[in-house]
Design a protein around this ligand. Structure first.
Ligand code: AMP
Length: 145
């Protein structure tokens, strides 16, 4: 059921719900896959953004992407990790522009646990997570039921 309040809710800017970039664990292009694996393991996150030196978003790297890339015929070639750059391992990140509305975030988060938030210059501003959006949705549903 779409009520007037739901419409207002879905039209809210995502900006107020993002986790800002300084609180987001990330790696830089040029870092080794070993470093990325260390950050992923220590933080417990399944994937993290890859940024360049100007804080522009370049991709996403996950533990699975790293292990996939060092998978040999009969063993995982861990010895390759220090020389392997994240640039060769990362994949495209799901993105959303900072000026987008809550509804767009909700739609995209069906297929991704989080979205990378960028501006016109592709500067990384933070992330919008499925957890935060679901929490807001729950609050809204309970308030209006
Ligand atoms: P959560 O909604 O907290 O379960 O987070 C879902 C995913 O978003 C995590 O597995 C990470 O990939 C990413 N994530 C959440 N918070 C952070 C953060 N502070 N730094 C880096 N990645 C994060």
């Amino acid at each position: 059921m779409i009520s007037l309040t739901s419409r207002d809710f879905l039209d809210m800017q995502i900006e107020e719900f993002i986790i800002s970039s300084e609180k987001v664990a990330h790696v830089q292009v040029g870092n080794s896959a070993e470093h990325a694996l260390l950050v992923l393991t220590k933080t417990g996150y399944s994937s993290i953004p890859v940024l360049d030196s100007k804080y522009r978003l370049k991709g996403l790297v996950s533990t699975q992407m790293i292990t996939d890339s060092i998978l040999g015929l009969d063993h995982i070639e861990y010895e390759r990790l220090p020389d392997l750059k994240v640039d060769l391992v990362m994949q495209m990140a799901p993105i959303i522009h900072i000026t987008e509305k809550f509804k767009k975030g909700l739609d995209l988060l069906i297929n991704h646990p989080f979205l990378c938030v960028i501006d016109d210059e592709e500067t990384f501003l933070g992330i919008l997570t499925r957890r935060i959006v679901l929490k807001q949705l729950k609050k809204h549903i309970y308030l209006n039921s």
